[in-house]
Design a protein. Structure first.
Lengths: 70, 205
């Protein structure tokens, strides 16, 4: 998972269905398919005030990378 | 592969040396044939390149129903024009508008929608592009010669899983009378990555 969005809040925009989880599959620990979501992050959520207020970053993340926002 | 000049062959770069080593051992172990390598190289030199994506874009510009299908479910829409395959199994096409500008990156490596754009340019694979475009997209785009006004919303799409992205650039003004084939010529690779707009039509005399 790209490190720059670790701990950041985003919104799920799209559910792409299930994909093999590379974190385990690449290490011979099984395919463990999970849902992959496109998640939208406000640029300011990720980079702070230096970012443009309207800009956003979209990433595709496996279910186990996500926690419910509190 | 490096070329040799008389008695002083140019030294191999690290990447060239590594590529040669990998190729040799794969051939040695019988996991690869020389024909296979040549076929793949020929395919990406001759058949699979940004002209494919340009055709998709031009078709979307002239056919509103096709454009709707392309934006809803890109993979089968792209397949309608005969394109698809490796690194294009899960496509999403994102549309530029007068107020929204999209740009694609793979911060983790260099994922790229090969079936519609061919192989990625070196700059797309470089750490500076991959790290900077997510942090300061406006500045990076300006360095590519694309100046966007402050009101434009920039969306950066980081291909961090299996989905591959392509930008549908805006249709340039002044192209109303043009045929689909003429429009194809205005669609550049860089406009489908999102670091440029499509070309303006040549001035009419």
């Amino acid at each position: 998972m790209p490190r720059y969005i670790r701990g950041k809040r985003g919104i799920i925009e799209k559910d792409h269905g299930t994909f093999i989880l590379p974190d385990t599959n690449a290490h011979g620990r099984g395919k463990n398919p999970e849902s992959v979501y496109t998640v939208r992050f406000d640029a300011r959520e990720v980079w702070g005030e230096q970012a443009a207020v309207r800009d956003s970053i979209y990433l595709d993340l496996w279910e186990s990378y996500l926690e419910p926002a509190s | 592969m490096s070329s040799e000049h008389g008695h002083h062959p140019a030294p191999l770069t690290d990447v060239e040396a590594r590529t040669r080593a990998l190729e040799s051992i794969l051939l040695e172990k019988g996991l690869l044939t020389p024909d296979a390598v040549d076929k793949v190289i020929a395919a990406y030199e001759r058949d699979i390149g940004p002209l494919n994506g340009a055709r998709v874009v031009a078709h979307a510009w002239v056919d509103a129903e096709y454009k709707k299908r392309l934006l809803t479910d890109a993979t089968p829409a792209i397949a309608e024009l005969g394109f698809g395959g490796r690194q294009g199994e899960h496509m999403v096409v994102v549309e530029n508008t007068p107020t929204i500008h999209n740009v694609i990156v793979c911060t983790l490596c260099s994922c790229y929608p090969w079936p519609v754009l061919g192989l990625p340019p070196v700059w797309y694979k470089s750490p500076p592009y991959r790290s900077r475009v997510v942090i300061e997209p406006r500045k990076v785009l300006q360095e590519f010669g694309l100046k966007l006004d402050e009101a434009t919303e920039i969306k950066v799409w980081d291909s961090s899983a299996e989905i591959r992205y392509m930008v549908l650039p805006e249709r340039p003004a002044g192209t109303e009378g043009m045929t689909e084939e003429e429009l194809v010529k205005l669609v550049t690779r860089d406009s489908m990555i999102g670091v440029a707009k499509a070309k303006m039509p040549a001035a009419q005399v």
